[in-house]
Ligand binder design. Structure first.
Ligand code: FEO
Length: 657
């Protein structure tokens, strides 16, 4: 068994009762005392505050135990400073590093810091990189929970060898098999051939395809346990679809740590191990939820229900900071957002994808994200792991079906045969999309087959000609939004009319604005929209707010940290530009074809027929029921036609723009 050097760094628990500090007073636990000799830093938590913030059903185990005098060091925010590795470069310039930090008695994290990753599947707008968090537990048995991306091979294995004798690993626990967490599991098995791989049934099946040698495994079901000794009894909680059907959570009864892999994570890379700086991480937490978890709102609520009875205080995530200071608050956000998504749902769409095949999973997530922007619910189902009855029921309860092309043979392809019968009976519209897996069943053949059965296919099949880029994900996301609008248009208009009494609607209509075009480039993605709900919002620095409807395609390009240009249209001469940008563009179409523009210093287009422009960077977003109020600082700007005025926009009724 290996010796866990960093674990020895855990210091004593802080007296809860003596600390008057409050998480309301400061976002992080405050440093009370620094032991210069050892480098240990003692920090305090406000237990009064923690009690106030407790959400029924979500335990803060460590804190409670500390108050009662039963020492559980997982509650003590005490550690030697995290250790950073040397920096390596990947693809010539991208910075990679690992960070090792003790998080609880016998438990250490190795965080792979992917500083410059700028795209992660559909969350293509990463502004702050990401991390892949792996954990070591040294009980009497030695376990590693999740590993890392294979690009971290040298750094991760070197950090791991610094901590333990890798050959003595007893268990490799895989909470989820996407390669960012499992990419180095084959390496671990080479180094520790006697280790048993622990995962859900589906996870073990995935890994058997990934690891090209026999290995011992244990398939876990919800409620199963594994005793590592020294009090570390691990309990497994099935959490399918967060983010693949294989996902499970691992709960350590001894320390109250809950290891959740993708769930409750965020793509945010920093040297700060924990969630101390809530304002900085919140936008990333939300964006990640919207992209990865919102399409699986039902599964999120199921998972929350399953972990409700567990007494945990720390969420050991697979991406971004480990959650320690804001656990009830951040968990309750998942609950609130998921409930809200289900309550507002105007229609539900089945998105059938093929896990671990080409880009099926990622592209289907982009499409699902587009659907959720129109208040549509999504039921994601993996064709590799769905039985016939499940599939028939899924088709039956959804308003439309999106089918990601399966490979030309195998279980996913066989499942399509069931689909032909199920969709024929239910007659839902279908959309077929390529998966870019190298062996896709041809999409035209699939469409023809459905059409011949009398099934409507309202959109042409989605095609991918080259390895997906930001533009491809944008194309899939916009198709999702178009499909959602196609399915819900009548209901949405009726809702809009019903929302406001007529006299108020007329009065609201008297609020006037200007006419503008917001333009944004982000990687290969391009967006534009006509805007009239625009206002100056600050003097120093100059700042503006712009209201962006949640189902606007450009919304994805206006996340915190993104930049754009606000173009002012000319009074009496705005019609050509307005007409152009009000057109209904096909998903992924270039909005700027035929438009005269010049790149701004931030890369987005300045419309040469506008009268002035402002280059802006998004600083924060305020959510309203149907819009995002985007506050942006102005970084540059100029007037193109000094003698002209900005066009005004007058309305008669407030139900519409
Ligand atoms: Fe972080 Fe779904 O992998």
């Amino acid at each position: 068994m290996g010796s866990l050097k960093a674990a020895s760094a855990i210091a004593a628990v802080v007296s809860a009762k003596t600390s008057p500090a409050c998480r309301n007073c400061h976002p992080a636990a405050e440093a009370l005392k620094s032991n210069g000799a050892s480098g240990f830093v003692l920090k305090r938590l406000c237990y009064e505050s923690k009690r106030d913030f407790r959400t029924p059903g979500y335990g803060v185990a460590g804190d409670v135990r500390a108050q009662s005098g039963s020492v559980n060091l997982s509650s003590a925010v005490l550690a030697e400073p995290p250790k950073l590795s040397k920096i390596e470069k990947w693809n010539g310039s991208k910075k990679l590093q690992t960070q090792v930090a003790p998080v609880a008695p016998d438990i250490t994290t190795i965080r792979s810091l992917d500083w410059d990753r700028d795209r992660f599947d559909i969350e293509f707008g990463l502004s702050d990189g990401t991390t892949y968090n792996s954990y070591i537990i040294q009980g009497e048995k030695l376990a590693v929970i999740d590993a890392s991306h294979e690009k971290f091979r040298d750094l991760y294995l070197s950090s791991l060898k610094d901590q333990i004798d890798v050959s003595t690993i007893d268990y490799i626990i895989a909470n989820h098999t996407e390669p960012d967490h499992s990419g180095l599991i084959p390496d671990l098995l080479e180094l520790a051939p006697n280790a048993k791989v622990v995962g859900s049934r589906v996870c073990i099946q995935f890994l058997q395809n990934l690891v090209l040698r026999p290995f011992e495994s244990i398939s876990m079901k919800g409620g199963d346990t594994l005793d590592l000794g020294k009090g570390h009894v691990l309990e497994f909680v099935m959490a399918p679809n967060l983010h693949w059907p294989d996902t499970m959570f691992t709960y350590d009864r001894g320390t109250g740590l809950l290891f959740t892999c993708d769930a409750f994570g965020m793509h945010y890379c920093s040297e700060t191990v924990y969630d101390e700086d809530l304002p900085s991480i919140e936008p990333h937490y939300r964006f990640y939820y919207d992209c990865l978890m919102r399409p699986n709102s039902k599964s999120v609520l199921q998972a929350l229900k399953r972990v409700g009875p567990l007494d945990f205080g720390v969420i050991a995530t697979g991406h971004g900071p480990i959650l320690r200071y804001n656990v009830p608050e951040l968990m309750s956000k998942y609950e609130g957002w998921s409930k809200q998504a289900l309550e507002k749902q105007l229609a539900s769409i089945a998105v059938l994808y093929v896990s671990d095949y080409g880009y099926s999973d990622r592209l289907s997530q982009a499409l699902a994200r587009g659907l959720t922007k129109t208040n549509c619910g999504v039921e994601m189902m993996d064709l590799n792991h769905s039985d016939t009855q499940e599939l028939i029921e899924c088709v039956g309860r959804n308003a439309a079906v999106v089918i990601m092309a399966p490979p030309s043979s195998g279980p996913a392809n066989e499942a399509v045969t069931t689909l032909f019968a199920a969709v024929k009976a239910a007659k839902q519209p279908i959309v077929i999309a390529e998966s870019y897996g190298g062996d896709d069943e041809p999409v035209d053949t699939l469409v023809q087959r459905f059409v011949s059965l009398g099934v409507n296919s309202p959109f042409p099949p989605l095609r991918v000609k080259e390895e997906p880029t930001e533009a491809t994900y944008q194309y899939y996301e916009e198709t999702g939004t178009d499909l959602g609008q196609y399915l819900t248009q009548k209901k949405a208009i009726a809702d809009k009319k019903a929302n406001l009494p007529a006299d108020i609607a007329k009065a609201i209509g008297r609020i006037s604005g200007g006419l503008y075009v917001v333009t944004a480039f982000k990687g290969a993605s391009r967006g534009a929209m006509i805007a009239s709900w625009v206002s100056q919002a600050s003097f120093k620095p100059f700042g503006v707010t712009i209201a962006v409807a949640k189902d606007r395609a450009i919304e994805s390009l206006m996340q915190v940290g993104d930049s754009f240009v606000l173009n002012c249209l000319e009074e009496g001469n705005f019609a050509p530009l307005m007409k152009h940008f009000l057109k209904r563009f096909l998903p992924g179409a270039d909005r700027f074809e035929g438009v005269d523009w010049t790149p701004a210093t931030n890369g987005s287009p300045i419309l040469n027929d506008g009268i002035a422009y402002l280059e802006c960077t998004v600083k924060s977003r305020l959510e309203t029921p149907d819009h995002w109020i985007t506050y942006a600082e102005v970084t540059n700007g100029n007037v193109l036609k000094p003698e002209k005025k900005t066009a005004a926009h007058h309305r008669k009724i407030g139900n519409y723009y």
